[in-house]
Design a protein around this ligand. Sequence first.
Ligand code: SF4
Ligand code: SF4
Length: 352
Amino acid sequence: MGYYVSSERMDKIIDELKKEYKIYAPKRFENRGWKPNTDLIRYAEINSVSEIVYDEKSDFSPKEVFYPISQTLLYFTEDKCIESSIDDSKNIILFARPCDINGIKRLDTIFLKNGDKEDNYYKRLRDKIKIFMMECRKGWDNCFCVSMGSNRTDNYSAAVRFEDNGLLIEVKDEEFKKYFSGETSRDFTPEFVQQNQTKVKLPKIDNIDLLRKVYNLKLWDSFNTKCISCGACNTVCGTCSCFDTTDIIYNETSRRGERRRVWSSCMLEEFTTMAGGHKVRETAGKRMRFKTLHKVYDYNARFGGTEHMCVGCGRCSRRCPEEISFSDTINSLSDEIEKISSEEPSSREVNK
Ligand code: SF4
Ligand code: SF4
C-alpha cells in the first residue's frame, strides 16, 4: 500500500512515531568531516524529515545504531558481576539504503548464525530495529552494489522515496499502517540501482592450490608502502564486525569497573598481537590480504550461498586517506587469479 505524505504531515507522523520508537537516519554534522571544511554525515536520532540526509551517501554505515562503537557488557566489583541492560522502552526505526540493509543481514549472520550460540549483546539491540528503506536509484561513483548483488532488498517495514516537499511511502508492516491510514493513497513501488559506474569482477577461488597461490601473490606486498594501517576503512564499513574486549577500572585503587566491547580493525598493526608480542599479520600487505579475502572469499566459503561479506557500498574507498580503492583491489585480485588459472589449472577442490 502506498501513500503521498507532505513533509509537514510527515513531521506530525514522526511526532506520533516518536512516542513508540526512536528514529535514526543519516544526519548532517557541520564541519565535522575528516577533510577540512567538510561536513560529516552519520547516523543519529532525528526529530523531523528535514534532518534526514537522503541525497548524499553517509560517511558511516547504520551499524553503530545496533552495534555501538563502545558497548558495556557487564559491571564488576570485587565479588560480583552484573550483566548490563539496555533501555527497553522504545523500539528503533532505522532509515537505511538497500546496500546497508544487506549489510545488516551480513552482520546478523556473523553475530547470530556463526556457531550454535547467538550473541546476546548484538541480538538485544538488533531485535528492536524496524527498517524504513530509503530508495536508492542512482548510487554514487564508488558504489559497486550491483556487482555484489546487494542493490536490492525486500527486507523492510516501509520504503520511502524523498521528493522536494514530501515523500512517497510503501508501508508493508501492519505495525505502521495506522500511522499513514489518513494520508493520500498513491501507487508506489520502490526502484533500485540497475547499474553502477564502478564494477567489480569477483575472484573465483575454487581449489586449495589456487588459494595458496593467492596467499603468496606479490599484489599484497604493494600495500606495505601504500597502506598506513589506520583502520579507517573498517570503521566506515557496514559489514566489519571485529571488536576488542577491554576491562575499565574506575580508578587506580578500585576493584570496581566494567567490561566493554569496542570496535576494532583487522587493518591495525596491533590487532593480531598475541601474548609475548607475536604478530600474526605483521605487514600492511598481509592485513590487506586478510581483509580482502574475508570480504570476497572467506565469508562465502563459510556460509555458502551467493552472498559475499562486502556489499559494495564504496565507503572504504572514499574514506581511505591513501586513496586505496577497494574495488580496484578486488579487480586486481581477480586479474591475478585469472592469470594463474590460465597458466596452471588446478584440480583439488577446496574443502569448504
Ligand atoms: S565497499 Fe568497503 S566499506 Fe562497503 S561493504 Fe565493501 S568492504 Fe565494507
Ligand atoms: S586501506 Fe586505507 S583506510 Fe584502510 S587501513 Fe589502509 S590506509 Fe587506512
